[in-house]
Write a protein that binds this ligand. Structure first.
Ligand code: SIN
Length: 287
């Protein structure tokens, strides 16, 4: 069902539990207060929001991000666009596999990534992440989003009872076995957060552990914790909780890290993929 929320904005759900396409807005123009309120509501309701066919300057992307909260810090040193582009503004980061002198110009360059929450290894992870797509491969490189609310609501009650009130440990890892990446990344930082996180705005609970970065549960032996975590990872990643996003150039997508995980499909290493990333800073993790 399509729901009109303002005179211009149309909200079209993309799957049963997560994702909505927001139509009718030109994001290169400042938005009215009513539209800002409507897109924030859509973000809270749908976890992932998508705007297609946008042409944004870096200033536009920063303005858009700021409609959802304070723009987050990079967590990585600033980089520069490849030849033909201008310098990146502060707080904008490239996600890209494009290489110059053999080195990727962006972060998270290559291929598949397991389900994860951005920055969960920090004490105060970013509330949201926005990607604006500039170049995409001819196939692959889809991003998958899983609703942590739907996973929490349907998780086996007996297993849920064992994990309720517990905290999990998280590592910066990104699948690498090497410490750090030599580029200033705050690598192998660790944190501890509730296994089930209460969203500070919606008040709903969601799963808050992920296969890529969660390493254990406080106060439990690994022998006891790992089967519980595996059950929770498997449950959270069930296809019925997932929206798969197939990118087009000009897509702007914002996801809520408080109540969702995301993963990325493999894509051809010899095809260019370039996204500009901004973040919404973290606010609070209710205990
Ligand atoms: C990410 O996991 O933050 C990047 C997702 C993507 O490149 O599609």
């Amino acid at each position: 069902m399509n729901v009109m929320t303002t005179s211009k904005l149309e909200v079209v759900p993309l799957s049963k539990h997560i994702g909505a396409e927001l139509r009718g807005l030109d994001l290169s123009q400042p938005l009215s207060e009513a539209d800002v309120a409507a897109i924030n509501k859509a973000w809270l309701d749908h976890i992932v929001i998508l705007f297609r066919g946008q042409r944004l300057s870096q200033e536009d992307q920063l303005r858009l991000t700021a409609y959802f909260g304070e723009v987050g810090a990079l967590g990585r040193p600033p980089k520069y666009f490849p030849p033909g582009f201008n310098k990146l503004l502060p707080k904008i980061m490239m996600i890209s596999n494009i290489r110059e002198n053999g080195e990727p110009i962006g972060a998270l360059p290559d291929g598949e990534m397991m389900f994860h929450h951005d920055m969960i290894h920090h004490d105060l992870p970013h509330n949201g992440t926005m990607l604006y797509s500039l170049e995409i491969p001819t196939y692959g490189g889809d991003t998958l989003f899983a609703s942590g609310y739907a996973a929490y609501d349907t998780f086996d009650p007996a297993l849920k009872a064992k994990l309720e009130g517990k905290k999990a440990r998280h590592h910066y890892n990104y699948g690498s076995t090497q410490k750090g990446d030599g580029k200033g990344t705050e690598a192998f930082a660790q944190s501890c957060h509730p296994v089930f996180r209460t969203h500070d705005q919606s008040g709903r609970k969601s799963t808050y552990v992920n296969r890529l970065m969660t390493t254990g549960i406080e106060g439990m032996s690994d022998q006891e914790a790992q089967p519980l975590l595996d059950a929770l990872f498997d449950h959270t990643e069930k296809p019925e909780f997932i929206y798969r996003h197939q990118w087009k150039v000009g897509d702007v997508l914002l996801w809520d890290n408080r109540c969702s995980t995301h993963a990325r499909d493999d894509f051809p290493a010899d095809q260019r993929r370039l996204m500009l990333r901004t973040t919404v800073a973290g606010t609070v993790i209710p205990t």
